[in-house]
Design a protein around this ligand. Structure first.
Ligand SMILES: Nc1nc2c(c(=O)[nH]1)N[C@H]1C(S)=C(S)[C@@H](COP(=O)(O)OP(=O)(O)OC[C@H]3O[C@@H](n4cnc5c(N)ncnc54)[C@H](O)[C@@H]3O)O[C@H]1N2
Ligand code: MOO
Length: 413
Protein backbone atom coordinates (compact mmCIF):
# COMPACT_ATOMS: atom_id res chain seq x y z
CA UNK A 1 0.00 0.00 0.00
CA UNK A 2 1.49 3.33 -1.01
CA UNK A 3 0.31 6.44 0.71
CA UNK A 4 1.34 10.04 0.92
CA UNK A 5 1.59 11.12 4.56
CA UNK A 6 2.83 14.65 3.99
CA UNK A 7 0.57 17.64 4.66
CA UNK A 8 -3.18 18.02 4.78
CA UNK A 9 -5.14 16.19 2.13
CA UNK A 10 -8.62 17.03 0.89
CA UNK A 11 -11.69 15.01 1.80
CA UNK A 12 -12.04 13.83 -1.81
CA UNK A 13 -8.40 12.75 -1.95
CA UNK A 14 -8.85 10.87 1.32
CA UNK A 15 -11.97 9.11 0.08
CA UNK A 16 -10.28 8.17 -3.17
CA UNK A 17 -7.30 6.73 -1.30
CA UNK A 18 -9.47 4.76 1.14
CA UNK A 19 -11.87 3.37 -1.44
CA UNK A 20 -9.20 2.92 -4.08
CA UNK A 21 -7.38 0.34 -1.97
CA UNK A 22 -10.33 -2.03 -1.50
CA UNK A 23 -9.90 -5.20 -3.57
CA UNK A 24 -12.90 -6.52 -5.55
CA UNK A 25 -15.03 -9.09 -3.75
CA UNK A 26 -14.81 -12.76 -4.64
CA UNK A 27 -17.12 -15.80 -4.35
CA UNK A 28 -15.60 -16.56 -0.92
CA UNK A 29 -17.10 -13.32 0.37
CA UNK A 30 -20.65 -14.47 -0.44
CA UNK A 31 -23.11 -16.68 1.42
CA UNK A 32 -26.70 -17.76 0.99
CA UNK A 33 -29.25 -16.69 3.61
CA UNK A 34 -32.95 -17.28 4.12
CA UNK A 35 -35.20 -14.42 3.03
CA UNK A 36 -36.47 -14.02 6.61
CA UNK A 37 -32.98 -13.16 7.84
CA UNK A 38 -31.83 -11.09 4.86
CA UNK A 39 -32.92 -7.61 6.02
CA UNK A 40 -30.03 -5.16 5.82
CA UNK A 41 -27.83 -7.56 3.84
CA UNK A 42 -26.32 -6.69 0.44
CA UNK A 43 -26.90 -8.79 -2.69
CA UNK A 44 -23.78 -10.62 -3.92
CA UNK A 45 -25.32 -11.46 -7.29
CA UNK A 46 -28.25 -10.25 -9.38
CA UNK A 47 -31.52 -11.88 -8.32
CA UNK A 48 -33.35 -13.48 -11.27
CA UNK A 49 -37.06 -14.07 -11.13
CA UNK A 50 -38.00 -17.76 -11.08
CA UNK A 51 -41.55 -16.93 -12.18
CA UNK A 52 -43.74 -14.62 -14.27
CA UNK A 53 -45.52 -11.83 -12.38
CA UNK A 54 -48.47 -11.90 -12.59
CA UNK A 55 -48.25 -15.68 -12.97
CA UNK A 56 -51.52 -15.81 -14.99
CA UNK A 57 -53.82 -13.39 -16.84
CA UNK A 58 -56.13 -11.93 -14.19
CA UNK A 59 -58.78 -9.32 -13.69
CA UNK A 60 -57.95 -5.77 -12.56
CA UNK A 61 -61.59 -5.09 -11.59
CA UNK A 62 -64.65 -6.59 -10.00
CA UNK A 63 -67.06 -7.03 -12.92
CA UNK A 64 -67.71 -9.33 -15.88
CA UNK A 65 -65.39 -11.26 -18.19
CA UNK A 66 -66.62 -11.13 -21.79
CA UNK A 67 -65.77 -12.13 -25.34
CA UNK A 68 -65.83 -8.88 -27.34
CA UNK A 69 -67.39 -10.73 -30.31
CA UNK A 70 -70.59 -11.16 -28.21
CA UNK A 71 -71.00 -7.43 -27.62
CA UNK A 72 -73.25 -6.14 -30.39
CA UNK A 73 -75.43 -3.09 -29.74
CA UNK A 74 -78.03 -3.69 -27.01
CA UNK A 75 -76.64 -7.16 -26.20
CA UNK A 76 -77.73 -8.66 -22.85
CA UNK A 77 -75.46 -11.47 -21.69
CA UNK A 78 -76.66 -14.05 -19.15
CA UNK A 79 -74.10 -14.97 -16.46
CA UNK A 80 -72.75 -18.55 -16.88
CA UNK A 81 -70.45 -18.75 -13.84
CA UNK A 82 -68.20 -17.01 -11.36
CA UNK A 83 -64.41 -16.58 -11.04
CA UNK A 84 -62.86 -15.55 -7.71
CA UNK A 85 -59.25 -14.83 -6.74
CA UNK A 86 -58.01 -18.28 -5.74
CA UNK A 87 -61.05 -20.03 -7.28
CA UNK A 88 -60.86 -19.93 -11.09
CA UNK A 89 -63.84 -20.66 -13.39
CA UNK A 90 -63.42 -23.95 -15.28
CA UNK A 91 -67.02 -24.75 -16.33
CA UNK A 92 -68.63 -24.61 -19.73
CA UNK A 93 -68.91 -21.03 -21.10
CA UNK A 94 -71.56 -20.86 -23.88
CA UNK A 95 -71.29 -18.15 -26.56
CA UNK A 96 -73.35 -15.01 -25.85
CA UNK A 97 -72.90 -15.23 -22.06
CA UNK A 98 -70.47 -13.63 -19.58
CA UNK A 99 -68.69 -14.69 -16.39
CA UNK A 100 -68.91 -12.79 -13.12
CA UNK A 101 -65.30 -12.08 -12.08
CA UNK A 102 -63.52 -10.51 -9.08
CA UNK A 103 -60.25 -8.57 -8.92
CA UNK A 104 -57.26 -10.93 -9.04
CA UNK A 105 -59.26 -13.90 -10.35
CA UNK A 106 -57.77 -15.77 -13.33
CA UNK A 107 -59.43 -14.61 -16.53
CA UNK A 108 -61.43 -17.53 -18.02
CA UNK A 109 -59.99 -18.97 -21.24
CA UNK A 110 -61.39 -17.13 -24.26
CA UNK A 111 -62.24 -13.90 -22.43
CA UNK A 112 -60.69 -10.84 -24.06
CA UNK A 113 -61.97 -8.08 -21.77
CA UNK A 114 -63.28 -7.41 -18.28
CA UNK A 115 -65.97 -4.77 -17.77
CA UNK A 116 -66.11 -3.13 -14.34
CA UNK A 117 -69.46 -3.62 -12.62
CA UNK A 118 -70.08 0.16 -12.50
CA UNK A 119 -70.48 -0.05 -16.32
CA UNK A 120 -73.00 -2.92 -16.20
CA UNK A 121 -76.79 -3.05 -15.71
CA UNK A 122 -77.97 -6.33 -14.26
CA UNK A 123 -81.53 -7.64 -14.91
CA UNK A 124 -83.20 -11.07 -14.75
CA UNK A 125 -82.30 -11.53 -18.42
CA UNK A 126 -78.59 -10.91 -17.89
CA UNK A 127 -76.06 -8.09 -18.04
CA UNK A 128 -76.11 -5.09 -20.40
CA UNK A 129 -72.93 -3.02 -20.73
CA UNK A 130 -73.32 0.75 -20.73
CA UNK A 131 -69.92 1.77 -22.16
CA UNK A 132 -67.87 0.78 -25.19
CA UNK A 133 -65.61 -2.18 -24.47
CA UNK A 134 -62.13 -2.52 -25.93
CA UNK A 135 -60.26 -5.77 -26.33
CA UNK A 136 -57.81 -6.39 -23.46
CA UNK A 137 -59.32 -3.86 -21.06
CA UNK A 138 -58.90 -4.58 -17.35
CA UNK A 139 -56.86 -7.72 -17.97
CA UNK A 140 -53.46 -7.88 -16.28
CA UNK A 141 -51.42 -10.10 -18.56
CA UNK A 142 -49.05 -12.86 -17.47
CA UNK A 143 -45.57 -11.39 -16.94
CA UNK A 144 -46.56 -7.77 -17.58
CA UNK A 145 -44.66 -6.80 -14.39
CA UNK A 146 -41.81 -9.34 -14.41
CA UNK A 147 -40.84 -12.11 -16.86
CA UNK A 148 -39.31 -15.38 -15.71
CA UNK A 149 -35.50 -14.94 -15.79
CA UNK A 150 -35.65 -11.12 -15.53
CA UNK A 151 -33.07 -9.56 -13.21
CA UNK A 152 -35.18 -7.95 -10.47
CA UNK A 153 -32.31 -6.75 -8.27
CA UNK A 154 -28.73 -6.05 -9.26
CA UNK A 155 -25.64 -7.00 -7.32
CA UNK A 156 -24.76 -4.57 -4.52
CA UNK A 157 -28.26 -3.67 -3.38
CA UNK A 158 -29.10 -3.45 0.32
CA UNK A 159 -32.21 -5.47 1.11
CA UNK A 160 -34.97 -3.52 2.86
CA UNK A 161 -38.67 -2.84 2.73
CA UNK A 162 -38.61 -2.06 -1.01
CA UNK A 163 -36.71 -5.23 -1.98
CA UNK A 164 -37.61 -8.09 0.38
CA UNK A 165 -41.39 -8.06 -0.27
CA UNK A 166 -40.59 -8.14 -3.99
CA UNK A 167 -38.50 -11.29 -3.50
CA UNK A 168 -41.26 -12.77 -1.35
CA UNK A 169 -43.76 -12.08 -4.16
CA UNK A 170 -41.59 -14.19 -6.45
CA UNK A 171 -41.44 -17.08 -3.98
CA UNK A 172 -37.67 -16.63 -3.53
CA UNK A 173 -36.63 -18.36 -0.28
CA UNK A 174 -32.85 -17.86 -0.29
CA UNK A 175 -30.69 -14.99 -1.45
CA UNK A 176 -26.95 -14.68 -2.14
CA UNK A 177 -25.50 -11.87 -0.02
CA UNK A 178 -22.06 -10.63 0.96
CA UNK A 179 -20.87 -11.76 4.37
CA UNK A 180 -21.50 -9.22 7.12
CA UNK A 181 -18.58 -6.90 7.89
CA UNK A 182 -16.98 -7.36 11.29
CA UNK A 183 -15.96 -4.12 12.93
CA UNK A 184 -14.13 -3.70 16.26
CA UNK A 185 -14.58 -0.44 18.15
CA UNK A 186 -12.87 1.18 21.09
CA UNK A 187 -12.47 4.61 22.62
CA UNK A 188 -9.21 5.86 24.04
CA UNK A 189 -8.75 8.33 26.88
CA UNK A 190 -8.07 8.29 30.63
CA UNK A 191 -10.87 10.81 31.13
CA UNK A 192 -13.60 8.58 29.69
CA UNK A 193 -16.22 6.70 31.67
CA UNK A 194 -19.02 4.49 30.39
CA UNK A 195 -22.58 5.72 30.90
CA UNK A 196 -23.91 4.58 34.29
CA UNK A 197 -20.64 5.20 36.16
CA UNK A 198 -20.38 8.26 38.46
CA UNK A 199 -17.87 10.82 37.18
CA UNK A 200 -14.80 11.87 39.18
CA UNK A 201 -13.01 15.17 38.69
CA UNK A 202 -11.91 15.72 35.08
CA UNK A 203 -13.88 12.77 33.73
CA UNK A 204 -16.53 12.77 31.00
CA UNK A 205 -18.84 10.18 29.49
CA UNK A 206 -17.79 8.27 26.39
CA UNK A 207 -19.97 9.67 23.60
CA UNK A 208 -18.05 8.42 20.62
CA UNK A 209 -18.25 4.67 21.11
CA UNK A 210 -21.99 5.04 21.59
CA UNK A 211 -22.33 7.02 18.34
CA UNK A 212 -20.03 4.78 16.34
CA UNK A 213 -21.62 1.53 17.54
CA UNK A 214 -25.06 2.83 16.66
CA UNK A 215 -24.06 3.94 13.18
CA UNK A 216 -22.26 0.64 12.54
CA UNK A 217 -25.35 -1.30 13.52
CA UNK A 218 -27.43 0.83 11.16
CA UNK A 219 -24.96 0.04 8.41
CA UNK A 220 -25.48 -3.68 9.04
CA UNK A 221 -22.06 -4.45 10.59
CA UNK A 222 -21.34 -7.00 13.33
CA UNK A 223 -19.72 -4.99 16.12
CA UNK A 224 -17.12 -6.06 18.66
CA UNK A 225 -17.08 -3.40 21.37
CA UNK A 226 -13.74 -3.39 23.19
CA UNK A 227 -14.79 -0.56 25.51
CA UNK A 228 -12.61 2.24 26.80
CA UNK A 229 -8.86 1.81 26.55
CA UNK A 230 -6.56 3.85 28.82
CA UNK A 231 -3.90 6.14 27.37
CA UNK A 232 -1.24 3.52 27.88
CA UNK A 233 0.74 2.02 24.99
CA UNK A 234 0.63 -1.46 26.53
CA UNK A 235 -3.18 -1.45 26.88
CA UNK A 236 -3.58 0.10 23.44
CA UNK A 237 -1.33 -2.48 21.81
CA UNK A 238 -3.45 -5.25 23.34
CA UNK A 239 -6.67 -3.61 22.10
CA UNK A 240 -5.26 -3.16 18.58
CA UNK A 241 -4.18 -6.81 18.47
CA UNK A 242 -7.47 -8.15 19.77
CA UNK A 243 -9.41 -5.93 17.36
CA UNK A 244 -7.26 -6.96 14.40
CA UNK A 245 -7.73 -10.67 15.19
CA UNK A 246 -11.51 -10.30 14.98
CA UNK A 247 -12.31 -7.58 12.51
CA UNK A 248 -12.31 -6.54 8.87
CA UNK A 249 -12.18 -2.95 10.10
CA UNK A 250 -10.98 -1.45 13.38
CA UNK A 251 -12.29 1.93 14.52
CA UNK A 252 -10.86 3.86 17.45
CA UNK A 253 -11.60 7.33 18.70
CA UNK A 254 -9.23 9.79 20.33
CA UNK A 255 -5.49 9.98 20.57
CA UNK A 256 -4.86 10.92 16.92
CA UNK A 257 -3.69 14.46 17.58
CA UNK A 258 -0.28 15.64 18.73
CA UNK A 259 -0.66 15.61 22.53
CA UNK A 260 1.57 13.67 24.92
CA UNK A 261 -1.07 10.98 25.46
CA UNK A 262 -1.98 10.64 21.76
CA UNK A 263 -0.65 7.14 20.98
CA UNK A 264 -2.95 6.00 18.19
CA UNK A 265 -0.67 7.03 15.36
CA UNK A 266 2.31 5.45 17.13
CA UNK A 267 0.41 2.14 17.43
CA UNK A 268 -0.56 2.21 13.79
CA UNK A 269 3.07 2.87 12.87
CA UNK A 270 4.18 -0.05 15.02
CA UNK A 271 1.47 -2.61 14.20
CA UNK A 272 0.52 -1.65 10.67
CA UNK A 273 0.85 1.06 8.08
CA UNK A 274 -0.37 4.64 8.15
CA UNK A 275 -2.15 5.81 5.01
CA UNK A 276 -2.80 9.40 6.00
CA UNK A 277 -3.79 11.19 9.16
CA UNK A 278 -4.43 14.83 8.45
CA UNK A 279 -7.33 16.23 6.49
CA UNK A 280 -8.12 19.73 5.33
CA UNK A 281 -11.57 19.59 6.83
CA UNK A 282 -13.26 21.03 9.88
CA UNK A 283 -14.09 19.41 12.17
CA UNK A 284 -11.99 16.33 11.62
CA UNK A 285 -8.46 17.44 10.87
CA UNK A 286 -6.78 14.56 12.68
CA UNK A 287 -8.25 11.39 11.15
CA UNK A 288 -5.96 8.41 10.78
CA UNK A 289 -6.43 5.81 8.07
CA UNK A 290 -4.29 2.78 7.50
CA UNK A 291 -3.96 -0.94 7.56
CA UNK A 292 -3.24 -3.41 10.37
CA UNK A 293 -2.11 -6.99 9.73
CA UNK A 294 -5.53 -8.35 8.69
CA UNK A 295 -7.81 -5.37 8.87
CA UNK A 296 -8.36 -1.78 7.85
CA UNK A 297 -8.03 0.95 10.45
CA UNK A 298 -9.84 4.26 10.93
CA UNK A 299 -8.78 6.45 13.87
CA UNK A 300 -11.47 9.04 14.55
CA UNK A 301 -10.60 12.27 16.34
CA UNK A 302 -11.64 12.45 20.00
CA UNK A 303 -13.90 15.50 19.87
CA UNK A 304 -17.42 14.05 19.57
CA UNK A 305 -18.58 16.22 16.64
CA UNK A 306 -15.34 15.45 14.80
CA UNK A 307 -15.72 11.71 15.48
CA UNK A 308 -19.34 11.56 14.25
CA UNK A 309 -18.62 13.79 11.25
CA UNK A 310 -15.56 11.86 10.07
CA UNK A 311 -17.47 8.61 10.54
CA UNK A 312 -20.31 10.00 8.42
CA UNK A 313 -18.19 11.58 5.68
CA UNK A 314 -15.37 9.05 5.42
CA UNK A 315 -16.12 5.79 7.21
CA UNK A 316 -19.69 5.49 5.93
CA UNK A 317 -18.68 5.49 2.22
CA UNK A 318 -15.69 3.28 3.01
CA UNK A 319 -17.92 0.72 4.75
CA UNK A 320 -20.45 0.86 1.91
CA UNK A 321 -17.71 -0.15 -0.51
CA UNK A 322 -16.16 -2.75 1.84
CA UNK A 323 -19.62 -4.25 2.29
CA UNK A 324 -20.10 -4.46 -1.49
CA UNK A 325 -22.98 -1.99 -1.30
CA UNK A 326 -22.40 -0.47 -4.74
CA UNK A 327 -25.89 1.04 -4.88
CA UNK A 328 -24.97 3.30 -1.92
CA UNK A 329 -24.97 6.95 -2.89
CA UNK A 330 -23.28 9.99 -1.40
CA UNK A 331 -25.93 12.29 0.08
CA UNK A 332 -26.83 14.92 -2.52
CA UNK A 333 -25.81 18.55 -2.02
CA UNK A 334 -28.27 21.39 -2.67
CA UNK A 335 -28.08 25.16 -2.83
CA UNK A 336 -29.75 27.21 -0.10
CA UNK A 337 -29.82 30.80 1.06
CA UNK A 338 -28.04 31.34 4.38
CA UNK A 339 -30.46 33.30 6.57
CA UNK A 340 -27.94 33.70 9.40
CA UNK A 341 -24.29 34.75 9.07
CA UNK A 342 -21.82 31.85 9.31
CA UNK A 343 -18.36 32.17 10.82
CA UNK A 344 -15.61 30.61 8.76
CA UNK A 345 -11.92 31.10 8.11
CA UNK A 346 -10.34 29.93 4.90
CA UNK A 347 -8.15 26.81 4.87
CA UNK A 348 -10.36 23.77 5.54
CA UNK A 349 -13.59 22.40 4.08
CA UNK A 350 -16.09 23.12 6.84
CA UNK A 351 -19.11 21.02 7.78
CA UNK A 352 -21.28 23.22 9.98
CA UNK A 353 -24.53 21.90 11.40
CA UNK A 354 -27.60 23.66 10.02
CA UNK A 355 -31.36 23.62 9.90
CA UNK A 356 -32.86 23.89 6.42
CA UNK A 357 -36.44 24.50 5.39
CA UNK A 358 -38.42 25.78 2.41
CA UNK A 359 -39.56 29.41 2.58
CA UNK A 360 -42.85 30.91 1.33
CA UNK A 361 -41.28 31.47 -2.12
CA UNK A 362 -40.40 27.77 -2.37
CA UNK A 363 -36.67 28.49 -1.91
CA UNK A 364 -34.43 26.42 0.35
CA UNK A 365 -33.00 28.40 3.22
CA UNK A 366 -30.69 27.38 6.02
CA UNK A 367 -29.70 28.72 9.41
CA UNK A 368 -26.94 27.73 11.77
CA UNK A 369 -27.57 25.67 14.92
CA UNK A 370 -25.32 28.16 16.73
CA UNK A 371 -22.02 27.30 18.45
CA UNK A 372 -20.02 25.11 16.08
CA UNK A 373 -17.31 23.87 18.49
CA UNK A 374 -16.16 20.26 17.95
CA UNK A 375 -17.37 19.40 21.45
CA UNK A 376 -20.95 20.69 20.88
CA UNK A 377 -22.65 17.38 20.10
CA UNK A 378 -26.11 18.88 20.71
CA UNK A 379 -25.67 20.65 17.36
CA UNK A 380 -26.44 17.28 15.66
CA UNK A 381 -29.79 16.80 17.36
CA UNK A 382 -30.88 20.34 16.45
CA UNK A 383 -29.69 20.06 12.84
CA UNK A 384 -31.11 18.35 9.77
CA UNK A 385 -28.21 19.07 7.41
CA UNK A 386 -24.58 19.98 7.05
CA UNK A 387 -23.75 23.40 5.67
CA UNK A 388 -20.76 22.63 3.47
CA UNK A 389 -18.44 25.61 3.12
CA UNK A 390 -15.64 25.32 0.58
CA UNK A 391 -12.01 25.30 1.67
CA UNK A 392 -11.24 28.81 0.41
CA UNK A 393 -14.39 30.44 1.66
CA UNK A 394 -14.40 33.08 4.41
CA UNK A 395 -17.23 34.31 6.65
CA UNK A 396 -20.67 34.03 5.07
CA UNK A 397 -23.10 36.96 5.29
CA UNK A 398 -26.86 36.44 5.56
CA UNK A 399 -28.35 36.26 2.05
CA UNK A 400 -25.40 34.44 0.46
CA UNK A 401 -25.91 31.10 -1.28
CA UNK A 402 -24.34 28.06 0.39
CA UNK A 403 -24.33 24.32 -0.21
CA UNK A 404 -26.24 22.09 2.16
CA UNK A 405 -26.17 18.33 2.54
CA UNK A 406 -29.37 17.00 4.16
CA UNK A 407 -28.62 14.19 6.65
CA UNK A 408 -29.21 10.70 5.34
CA UNK A 409 -30.74 7.83 7.34
CA UNK A 410 -27.61 7.47 9.48
CA UNK A 411 -28.30 10.76 11.29
CA UNK A 412 -32.00 11.28 10.64
CA UNK A 413 -34.26 9.68 13.21
N1 LIG B 1 -1.74 21.26 19.42
C1 LIG B 1 -2.79 20.78 18.79
N2 LIG B 1 -3.82 20.33 19.51
C2 LIG B 1 -4.92 19.86 18.90
C3 LIG B 1 -4.98 19.83 17.49
C4 LIG B 1 -3.85 20.26 16.76
O1 LIG B 1 -3.84 20.23 15.51
N3 LIG B 1 -2.79 20.71 17.45
N4 LIG B 1 -6.11 19.39 16.91
C5 LIG B 1 -7.33 19.55 17.66
C6 LIG B 1 -8.40 18.88 16.98
S1 LIG B 1 -8.94 19.64 15.57
C7 LIG B 1 -8.99 17.76 17.47
S2 LIG B 1 -10.37 17.12 16.68
C8 LIG B 1 -8.52 17.08 18.65
C9 LIG B 1 -8.37 15.59 18.35
O2 LIG B 1 -7.63 15.05 19.30
P1 LIG B 1 -7.48 13.52 19.62
O3 LIG B 1 -8.08 12.68 18.56
O4 LIG B 1 -6.10 13.27 19.98
O5 LIG B 1 -8.47 13.33 20.82
P2 LIG B 1 -8.21 13.53 22.36
O6 LIG B 1 -7.09 14.46 22.57
O7 LIG B 1 -8.14 12.18 22.93
O8 LIG B 1 -9.57 14.21 22.75
C10 LIG B 1 -10.00 15.43 22.24
C11 LIG B 1 -11.24 15.90 23.01
O9 LIG B 1 -12.31 14.99 22.83
C12 LIG B 1 -12.73 14.42 24.06
N5 LIG B 1 -13.03 13.00 23.83
C13 LIG B 1 -12.15 12.07 23.45
N6 LIG B 1 -12.76 10.88 23.30
C14 LIG B 1 -14.04 11.07 23.62
C15 LIG B 1 -15.20 10.20 23.69
N7 LIG B 1 -15.09 8.92 23.37
N8 LIG B 1 -16.37 10.73 24.04
C16 LIG B 1 -16.47 12.05 24.37
N9 LIG B 1 -15.43 12.92 24.31
C17 LIG B 1 -14.24 12.43 23.97
C18 LIG B 1 -11.57 14.61 24.97
O10 LIG B 1 -11.93 14.58 26.32
C19 LIG B 1 -11.01 15.95 24.51
O11 LIG B 1 -11.78 16.99 25.04
O12 LIG B 1 -7.27 17.61 19.08
C20 LIG B 1 -7.22 19.04 19.10
N10 LIG B 1 -5.98 19.43 19.65
O1 MOO C 1 -10.91 19.02 13.56
MO1 MOO C 1 -11.09 19.06 15.19
O2 MOO C 1 -11.73 17.72 14.49
O3 MOO C 1 -11.81 20.55 14.55
O4 MOO C 1 -12.20 19.42 16.33
Amino acid sequence: MEFNTAGLISLQEALDKMRGHIPPKTAQDAESVALDTAAGRVTAAPVLSPVFVPPFDNSAMDGYAVRCADLHDGAVLPVSGKAFAGAPFHGEWPAGTCIRIMTGAPVPEGADAVVMQEQAEVSDAGVRFTHAVTSGQNIRLTGDDIKQGDSVLSQGVRLGAAELPLLASLGVTEVQVWKTLKVAVFSTGDELQPVGTPLQEGQIYDTNRFAVRLMLEQLGCTVLDLGIIRDDPQALRKAFEEANAFADLVISSGGVSVGEADYTKQMLDELGEIGFWKLAMKPGKPFAFGKLKNSWFCGLPGNPVSAALTFYQLVQPFIAQLAGHTAWQFPPRLQAVAVTPLKKSAGRLDFQRGIYSTNAQGQLEVRTTGHQGSHVFSSFSQANCFIVLERDRDNVAAGEIVEIEPFNALLRS
